[in-house]
Design a protein around this ligand. Structure first.
Ligand SMILES: Cc1cc2nc3c(=O)[nH]c(=O)nc-3n(C[C@H](O)[C@H](O)[C@H](O)COP(=O)(O)OP(=O)(O)OC[C@H]3O[C@@H](n4cnc5c(N)ncnc54)[C@H](O)[C@@H]3O)c2cc1C
Length: 374
């Protein structure tokens, strides 16, 4: 056990998880003058991170976080809207021309997440990278004892308040007794392509198929993200986890195959993820709260996950700052606002899946439409 009195001093707030939600929470706390904020991240932002499309409204949140100008200089790719073959064989278009916030963005996720963590550090947060939280133990009014494991080995720290920003594993909240109420679980298989020509659509492309949907988005540095989402059983039946079959089924799509005809797959590697839709039965409790995907996770089709994580980071930061100064109203409101937002999301998601009626007997669509009254 290594003890460095500077690094291992007691913290006011320990934020566990340096994705968009954790970094936005740490940054907000620092901007509000909360002392001794710690941000703990298991990785170093080098590994592939999926999830890249953010809507135009995200601009307001980046402005509220005080990072909008700096974000603009990070070189992410403008997203001008979307086009989709959904509910019909024909493509429909929905561009951001009339959106008062302008266009959206296709992010380089590693760069975006690293940028937010760096900004939190510059605002005063202590940031531990390559450090995983292994366990927490409540010490009543004193807060929590937190067991960490980093490159220097295991260590323990104390914090008055703890934030679970570990993403959809909600690892800490669940260890404190919160339960995930799960509404759906998608399997997602993605790959990256390189563009071979400069002129390429800046729209997000979406195409429904009998076994789920395909998606593509233009990324910075000449890259394109391409993915298929479906139920794990039907993706397995079609061997969509294997590069040759994945490519074969992509080539059979009506629109996306042609759209990607001039692109070359960057590597053979496929990235397989689970994307669950769930909300915690309680996203906060004495001296803790969960934020971002740890509190509730949305279907990637909504393209709202990152927006929601930044929004909740801002809300959580304000609520914790208030709570630490003896006021509890914002902390109490926080839980209601997570639940209300999830109910709104479910309504929109159900409406979207209801719009596709071409394959009423296909298990993927039948399952989603059977859940529309949830
Ligand atoms: C396949 C897929 C595609 C998606 N596409 C989109 C999209 O296009 N647009 C969109 O807005 N959203 C999308 N989403 C959702 C979006 O990625 C999430 O909503 C968003 O990343 C949530 O941010 P977060 O900070 O809550 O969690 P995460 O981004 O998951 O970050 C959690 C962080 O915690 C760290 N961590 C985990 N456990 C520990 C631990 N024990 N100790 C220390 N650190 C830990 C992880 O390393 C990670 O950095 C997608 C999701 C999936 C699964």
């Amino acid at each position: 056990m290594i003890r460095d009195p500077q690094r291992h001093r007691p913290y006011g707030v320990a934020v566990i998880g340096g994705g968009p939600a954790g970094s936005a929470t740490a940054l907000t706390l620092c901007r509000l003058g909360v002392p001794d904020v710690l941000l703990v991240e298991a990785q170093d932002y080098q590994a592939v991170r999926l999830g890249e499309s953010i809507p135009p409204e995200t601009r307001q949140l980046l402005e509220s976080l005080g990072v909008w100008r700096a974000f603009l200089s990070e070189g992410h790719e403008p997203a001008l809207g979307s086009c989709s073959a959904w509910g019909s064989d024909e493509m429909g278009y929905n561009d951001f021309l009339y959106n008062p916030h302008g266009h959206g963005w296709h992010l380089d996720r590693r760069r975006f997440d690293a940028f937010l963590a760096r900004t939190a550090a510059a605002a005063g947060a202590v940031v531990f990278l390559h450090t995983r939280c292994r366990a927490i133990e409540s010490q009543g009014k004193q807060g929590f004892r937190i067991r960490l494991e980093g490159v220097e080995g295991p260590t323990e720290i104390q914090a008055r308040f703890i934030v679970d920003a570990t993403g959809s594993t909600a690892r800490l909240a669940r260890s404190l007794g919160a339960v995930r109420r799960c509404h759906d679980r998608l399997s997602y298989v993605a790959a990256f392509f390189n563009r071979t020509r400069d002129a390429f659509s800046r729209l997000t492309w979406l195409e429904a198929v009998e076994y789920g949907w395909w998606y593509s988005a233009m990324l910075p540095a000449g890259r394109v993200a391409v993915a298929v989402a479906g139920d794990s059983d039907s993706l397995k039946t079609k061997a969509l986890h294997q590069p040759e079959s994945w490519r074969l089924w992509l080539n059979r799509t009506r629109h996306l195959a042609g759209h990607l005809a001039d692109c070359e797959q960057a590597t053979e590697s496929l990235y397989v993820r689970t994307a669950a839709s769930f909300v915690l039965d309680r996203p906060s409790g004495p001296n803790w709260l969960a934020v971002g995907d740890a509190a509730s996770a949305y279907d990637p089709i909504s393209s709202q996950g990152i927006y929601k994580s930044l929004l909740e980071g801002l809300e959580a930061g304000h609520a914790i700052a208030d709570g630490l100064s003896g006021k509890s109203r914002k902390l109490e409101r926080y839980a209601t606002s997570v639940a209300d937002r999830f109910a709104d999301y479910l309504r929109l998601r159900n409406h979207l899946y209801d719009l596709e009626q071409r394959w009423p007997r296909a298990p993927f669509w039948a399952r989603r439409q059977a859940r529309r009254s949830v």
